[in-house]
Design a protein around this ligand. Structure first.
Ligand code: MEZ
Length: 558
């Protein structure tokens, strides 16, 4: 749907201030950044993490008493999809060295490295290989590849600063040190990053970064990286077996406390089955589809936090889930694009954020949490400088036409082909008209506690990618997610393979931890008919649900 006459009228205010804003930028006169000392107030007043009444303390498990979003607690305090007594663990359907749960960037990188380290690998995914947040990532991957101008040292400081200095320093050190090598690894496998005619990699600034180290492939960087990883996995069929449309529902342990695989549910045959493995890598991604605080989301359909549930029930600790990342710029018009990621790269290329009066109100490259809070402030009823949409929401303008004025005609079309084509389909030319945006639920900052070998507290259980917590502290910076999935995916694969070589499974397979968790829920007085993992979000309204009888409903999957 093109802009309505009302919105077209409001765009005039943006057009009026644009020439002066472009001139200022050309002269290097940036909008003042929010002083570091003022950031906490901005966050407390406007960031959704600080909204009263949006959290509660979890009553059971290793993080008992931890105060996190209701939506995550609901998930963690749900009951299992299976009745453990009805799963026959003596009948093993698949046996492998390394089981990988998740077919996104981290799972695929882990599969490749596990295979290269001599393991037989079974990679499982509840949708198709590559249906993951990696595929949805747009703007880039950070790495200090430009010697002299940048180094892992500066990258480290940026990651720590963005994360409010509470990140796990060892994990950050690993992330930034491995970054340049991962770029080479991806390029060798065929990832086509954007380059200058002389072959050097193009780089841009991102929010909170002190150097230009954002490498990209147009505005479809995640899709390009995922394409490469997926092709490579598919090219090794003798040693990497891929099972699609199968959802892991519980981890299996041994009675000696090792992880020994998982119980799966086939979305095609609707049967449960058992996979036994010497090592298991959880790479199930994030939880944006929980729509925390009813936020729209950039996340892929399967981002329902399944791995958090399975690890937690098995007794593994979670961390940093008290913060959630809202990407500052999600589309809020047209309605069919609501929540869609509008890459930070637009701001990296110079596009201002502008309110209903046509005024710039924030420096466009603040760290994400601060930037999102500033936009929410502008749209809040007390400030009331947001732009109303036809569906009754509010947003602010992302002034993309500035980019062609700053960097030459055709830049938007060339550097942002994904969004340019998509918005053209809606009748909007983003090189001529701005986009209407609002923060959108984007990233699970925290997750399962790991060390720098991707080990968890449970022998044989490895974790990599968005499901892991600690790397980004309380706020991730742009481009460190594609980096995280590749760096830690590789590490998880390598160490999972080595564990499988060195350690054999001892003891009997068991699901006793699930029964124990159910008993703890009862003891804590948690009354719920929720079942988790969620597997897929359910968008049907209650009336439709009623009419659909029962065949596809969670309860009947048991
Ligand atoms: O790392 C991200 O989340 C990212 C690259 C997003 C974007 O704005 O494009």
């Amino acid at each position: 749907m093109p802009y309505t006459p009302e919105l077209q009228k409001l765009i005039k205010a943006v057009e009026k201030t644009r020439p002066a804003r472009v001139e200022r930028k050309k002269k290097g006169q940036e909008f003042p950044a929010i002083p570091v000392d003022d950031r906490p107030d901005m966050l407390k007043n406007y960031h959704p993490d600080f909204k009263p009444g949006t959290r509660r303390k979890i009553k059971v498990g290793p993080n008992r008493g931890y105060d996190i979003s209701h939506e995550i607690v609901d998930l963690l305090e749900a009951r299992s999809r299976i009745d453990p007594k009805r799963i026959d663990l003596s009948r093993v359907d698949y046996e492998t060295d390394v089981l990988i749960i998740g077919g996104g960037g981290a799972g695929s990188a882990a599969a490749l490295l596990a295979q290269e380290n001599g393991a037989r690998v079974l990679l499982t995914t509840k949708l198709r290989l590559g249906d993951a947040n990696t595929m949805m990532a747009e703007g880039g991957i950070q790495a200090a590849t430009k010697r002299g101008k940048d180094s892992p040292y500066f990258h480290y400081l940026d990651v720590m600063g963005g994360g409010h200095f509470v990140n796990d320093p060892k994990l950050v050190r690993t992330l930034v040190r491995e970054a340049p090598g991962v770029m080479g690894w991806l390029e060798k496998m065929g990832t086509m990053f954007s380059k200058y005619p002389d072959g050097t990699l193009k780089t841009m600034h991102g929010g909170g970064t002190s150097r230009k180290r954002m490498h990209y492939a147009g505005d479809i960087t995640g899709a390009e990286i995922m394409r490469t990883l997926r092709d490579e996995v598919r090219n090794r069929p003798e040693n990497i077996k891929v099972l699609e449309y199968v959802a892991a529902v519980e981890l299996i342990l041994t009675d000696t406390g090792q992880c020994a695989g998982a119980v799966f549910y086939s979305l095609e045959t609707r049967e449960f089955f058992v996979v036994k493995a010497k090592s298991t890598v959880l790479a199930t991604g994030g939880s944006g589809r929980l729509h925390i605080q009813d936020f729209m989301t950039t996340n892929h359909y399967g981002a329902t936090g399944d791995g958090l549930v399975m690890a937690y029930r098995a007794g593994v600790k979670l961390n940093f889930l008290h913060t959630v990342q809202y990407h500052p710029t999600g589309a809020v018009f047209p309605e069919q694009a609501e929540g869609l990621l509008i890459t930070e790269k637009f701001r990296g290329a110079g596009a201002n954020l502008v309110n209903i009066k046509g005024e710039q109100f924030v420096y466009e490259r603040e760290p994400r949490d601060v930037e999102a809070a500033a936009i929410i402030r502008e749209c809040s009823p007390d400030v009331a400088r947001g732009v109303p949409t036809p569906t009754g929401k509010f947003g602010v303008w992302l002034d993309s036409p500035m980019i062609d004025m700053l960097k030459g005609p055709g830049t938007v079309r060339k550097e942002f082909p994904g969004k340019h084509i998509l918005f053209r389909r809606y009748g909007i030319d983003i090189s001529k008209d701005p986009m209407l945006i609002h923060p959108t639920l984007h990233y699970q900052n925290g997750g399962v506690e790991i060390n720098d070998k991707c080990e968890t507290s449970m022998p044989g259980l490895y974790v990599a990618g968005e499901i892991a917590g600690g790397i980004h502290g309380e706020n991730r910076l742009m481009g460190n997610s594609l980096l995280d999935v590749t760096v830690f995916g590789k590490i998880a694969g390598e160490h999972a393979a080595s564990h499988a070589r060195r350690r054999s499974l001892r003891g009997k397979l068991t699901l006793e931890h699930v029964q124990r968790y159910h008993r703890a829920l009862t003891r804590a007085g948690v009354k719920t008919d929720r079942i988790a993992p969620m597997i897929l979000p359910d968008y049907s309204n209650p009336e439709v649900k009623e009419r659909q009888l029962t065949t596809d409903y969670q309860g009947t999957l048991r």
